[in-house]
Design a protein around this ligand. Structure first.
Ligand code: BG6
Ligand code: MG
Length: 218
């Protein structure tokens, strides 16, 4: 069976929106007197909006009521969307489009598997939405990464067993979600941070056609 499902995370894999999430959370956290480090921010990657704010509040030892929680999430998202609004196709990370086109040419299944509720809007802004056969995002799942739900839903859509799914992820929580789903996990980013992945590449320029063919044919 050489029809595999290739599942792409969005933030930090297709576009570098991870930097915008960081800026928006940092600003929001400052308004409630909480600071967090670059290292702590690594733990926010791939994590849902709700879980991210819960972590920030825990780091700052803050407790707030539900209405305030919702208000702060809204503030963060409004700020985040000011960055998204300025995006265009120039922000697609190097060789992402080339990889998607190669996989399409090889008749592979292609999915987006993201925790973001803004995923469709971002894919439309950078004009890449048509390259995905299915989009599973933060509106479709109830359990956040490292729970495998988002990736399993993509596999179910194609009726492909998890062992024939390949996940591209930049977040520790995302690699864990792929591993929990028993899929092949490919880290995009730092080798030390993403050491739980089956393979790690700095970015898509390091992923050559022989490797993709090997994944398709194994
Ligand atoms: C993930 C990001 O893709 O989506 C997280 O890595 C983010 O940083 C999460 O919190 C939820 O995104 P959004 O756009 O719905 O707030
Ligand atoms: Mg990500």
């Amino acid at each position: 069976m050489n029809k595999k499902a290739f599942i792409f995370d969005l933030d930090g894999v297709i576009v570098d929106t991870a930097k915008y999430h960081f800026l928006a959370w940092k600003k929001l956290a400052a308004t409630i007197g909480v600071d967090f480090t670059e290292h702590q921010n690594e733990q926010l990657k791939g994590v849902s909006r709700v879980k991210s704010l819960e972590k920030i509040l825990a780091w700052g030892n803050k407790s707030i009521n539900d209405a305030e929680f919702t208000r702060l999430m809204g503030l963060k998202n409004d700020d985040y969307l000011t960055y998204i609004d300025k995006m265009d196709e120039q922000e697609i990370l190097p060789d992402v489009t080339k990889t998607l086109d190669f996989l399409k040419d090889k008749k592979q299944h292609i999915a987006l598997g993201s925790a973001s509720k803004n995923a469709r809007m971002i894919l439309e802004k950078v004009n890449i939405i048509n390259k995905f056969d299915v989009i599973i995002d933060g509106n479709d799942v109830s359990k956040a990464k490292p729970d495998p739900e988002v990736f399993l839903k993509a596999a179910e859509h194609f009726n492909v067993p998890p062992k024939h799914c390949i996940v591209f992820e930049d977040a520790v929580a995302g690699i864990q979600a792929a591993n929990n789903a028993k899929m092949i996990s490919i880290g995009i980013g730092d080798k030390n941070t993403l050491h739980e992945a089956d393979y790690v590449f700095t970015d898509f320029t390091e992923i050559n056609i022989d490797f993709l063919n090997e994944l398709i044919n194994r």
